[in-house]
Design a protein around this ligand. Structure first.
Ligand SMILES: *[C@@H]1O[C@H](CO)[C@@H](O)[C@H](O)[C@H]1NC(C)=O
Ligand SMILES: *[C@@H]1O[C@H](CO)[C@@H](O)[C@H](O)[C@H]1NC(C)=O
Ligand SMILES: *[C@@H]1O[C@H](CO)[C@@H](O)[C@H](O)[C@H]1NC(C)=O
Ligand SMILES: *[C@@H]1O[C@H](CO)[C@@H](O)[C@H](O)[C@H]1NC(C)=O
Ligand SMILES: *[C@@H]1O[C@H](CO)[C@@H](O)[C@H](O)[C@H]1NC(C)=O
Length: 545
């Protein structure tokens, strides 16, 4: 008789399934065929496709069987695996799909990866990154099919909104674990999550909904306060609407950003062009105001007023709604402030989720919309159940990070999340045993840098932003440099993550260009400090203090 693995390799697709007698559970190991899974599926779930990937080469790509506008790129460089797509009905008007990669050489762990913005699609690219470690890895389309800034699907669809909020992830995680058991005849030893932005939110939300969902979360720049993030995104644009007297064009943003570097770069003791301690910098706006001449490296008083609003907290009727952007983020201000209308993830959210009015015009914005959104939380997106004692008691760990130069989701919103969790779970010291938060000086939103700051540590979506080059991350794939592996060590060996060494290259997203800088990231409130006389480019010259 053929060994089960060989059997799997001789079956090109599920078309042969009917010709072969059903397998007993003992015989199931690693058979990439629908009847391995079908008898455990609930009536709401169907297998949409099942494809054995048998002879991968470095360019070999798994291609999504259906078009996937949110994640259009094929997944390259896969190990041999079984690729499944499932479709699960959640209500008469909603269903979600998820993809599952089951590597032949399995590291005995489960990994779920997240999405970005309002993207509805299976994130095959991040799944591929996970499969290269040997994880059995899952991603859900969150219950709709759209790109990140297309929210039309949500109009009048509370069921789809709820799938996006949490139900698709919750359902996909539970079913994926059973499918893993069916395939390997063993449950996953541990379950992990990695995602950034909306992906960060999805991870936090998943354990707030079900504390048994995961054992470790790698959470980047989470869009956790979804209601207020979206309404702030709309509001912040109104400060800088085109045609306003204090309008900041890209030149003005550049002037401001350079002045911030002049005043704030040195606050951490190292003049490297990276603002590492924005909150410790007392920025003197007077020094950037034009004195007489209205050209060159200066801003008008009105422009400074606009900038102060962008940095400032958003407060409605005395209530704190959302923090502003940080000093050092100016290089990415054009994302939310540079267009002719608010970012769709702000204004389309107001239309499709809050008001249910596709014709709403952002020029009619008023602050009661922000209050209304916060009260409604349509689809239950917001992940604000800070007390997850049950998760902590189970040994669950969270490693959260956020780029200080993020221009889309203010880093202070993660500070706030961490502070709120501390307030409800015994203080910052008590969090250190299970929840650590790493700020990333100079990193933008989830990945990349405009100031040559070390930013790569294998966070959610980071491999993808290097393209297929993720293959060349050999040398960084250890618990010192790779946040996911650091998390695994923390969960499985109890080794707390004291630091993560981030890397950047001479061309920030091209490992082939050679390492430019490496530097440890530190668990907040510790910060990175360069030992006197040491080279700032050498990670050993730094300590977390
Ligand atoms: C690798 O896979 C790609 C895509 O299937 C194929 O076009 C190519 O010929 C393969 N290369 C080798 C060396 O097998
Ligand atoms: C998603 O929408 C695109 C059109 O935008 C379509 O081609 C594709 O088949 C859809 N995918 C799924 C899974 O429904
Ligand atoms: C998923 O299943 C639902 C309900 O059976 C069906 O309406 C939908 O078309 C399926 N989706 C895809 C992409 O096949
Ligand atoms: C704010 O705008 C919403 C949506 O257009 C509208 O329903 C509401 O009446 C407005 N509230 C105030 C106080 O203007
Ligand atoms: C978080 O707490 C720290 C220390 O208590 C404080 O300095 C900081 O302003 C707080 N940040 C936010 C956004 O709440």
């Amino acid at each position: 008789m053929l060994l089960p693995t060989l059997l799997a390799q001789t079956l090109p697709s599920l078309t042969l399934a009917s010709e072969i007698p059903p397998l007993t559970p003992r015989q199931r190991g690693l058979v990439c065929r629908s009847d391995t899974f079908s008898d455990l599926l609930p009536p709401t779930a169907t297998i949409e496709s099942i494809v054995p990937i048998l002879n991968p080469n470095t360019t070999h790509a798994f291609e999504s069987p259906l078009q996937n506008p949110a994640y259009p790129l094929p997944a390259p460089n896969l190990p041999p695996l079984c690729a499944l797509t499932l479709n699960v009905t959640t209500s008469p008007s909603s269903f979600f799909r998820f993809g599952l990669f089951l590597p032949t050489t399995w590291n005995t762990r489960f990994l779920a990866v997240g999405n970005g913005g309002f993207a509805g699609g299976i994130n095959w690219g991040d799944m591929a990154a996970g499969a290269r470690y040997g994880f059995a890895v899952m991603s859900t389309d969150t219950g709709h099919n759209s790109t990140s800034g297309d929210l039309d699907w949500a109009l009048g669809s509370p069921e789809k909104q709820r799938d996006f909020g949490w139900r698709a992830m919750d359902g996909a995680v539970k079913l994926a674990k059973e499918l893993i058991f069916a395939y390997y005849s063993d449950p996953p030893r541990r379950s992990y999550y990695s995602g950034c932005s909306t992906g960060g939110r999805q991870g936090l939300k998943a354990v707030q909904v079900d504390e048994k969902a995961f054992d470790g979360l790698l959470v980047g720049a989470p869009a956790w306060w979804s209601t207020n993030l979206a309404t702030w995104t709309t509001k912040v644009f109104t400060y800088n609407a085109p045609g306003g007297e204090g309008y900041l064009d890209s030149r003005a943003m550049g002037v401001l950003g350079r002045e911030v570097v002049r005043q704030c770069d040195g606050v951490d003791g190292v003049a490297d062009g990276i603002v590492s301690a924005g909150e410790r910098c007392v920025f003197d706006f007077e020094r950037v105001v034009c004195k007489g001449e209205e050209e060159g490296e200066c801003l008008t008083t009105k422009q400074v007023e606009t900038a102060k609003k962008v940095y400032g907290d958003y407060v409605v009727d005395g209530e704190f709604m959302f923090p502003g952007l940080s000093l050092g983020s100016e290089g990415l201000w054009s994302v939310l402030l540079g267009g002719t209308a608010p970012d769709p993830r702000g204004q389309e959210y107001v239309k499709m989720f809050v008001l249910g009015d596709a014709g709403w015009d952002w020029r009619t914005w008023n602050d009661s919309i922000a209050t209304m959104a916060a009260e409604m939380d349509p689809g239950e997106l917001t992940a604000d159940r800070f007390d997850v004692a049950g998760y902590r008691e189970r040994g669950g760990k969270i490693l959260m990070y956020h780029g200080d130069a993020d221009g889309m989701i203010p880093v202070k919103s993660s500070d706030y999340y961490y502070n709120q969790t501390a307030a409800s779970m015994g203080g910052v010291e008590a969090l250190q045993s299970w929840f650590r938060y790493f700020r990333v000086p100079g990193m933008g939103h989830c990945a990349g840098t405009r100031v040559n700051a070390p930013w790569y540590f294998a966070g959610g979506n980071q491999d993808g932003s290097l393209g297929a080059a993720a293959h060349s991350m050999a040398g960084l794939r250890d618990a010192q440099h790779d946040a996911l592996l650091a998390l695994v060590e923390w969960v499985e060996k109890g080794v707390p993550v004291e630091s993560i060494i981030a890397t950047t290259w001479n061309t920030p997203s091209s490992p082939a260009s050679g390492v430019l800088r490496q530097r440890p990231l530190c668990p907040w409130p510790k910060t990175q400090v360069l030992t006197e006389g040491r080279d700032e480019k050498d990670p050993k010259g730094w300590t977390c203090v």
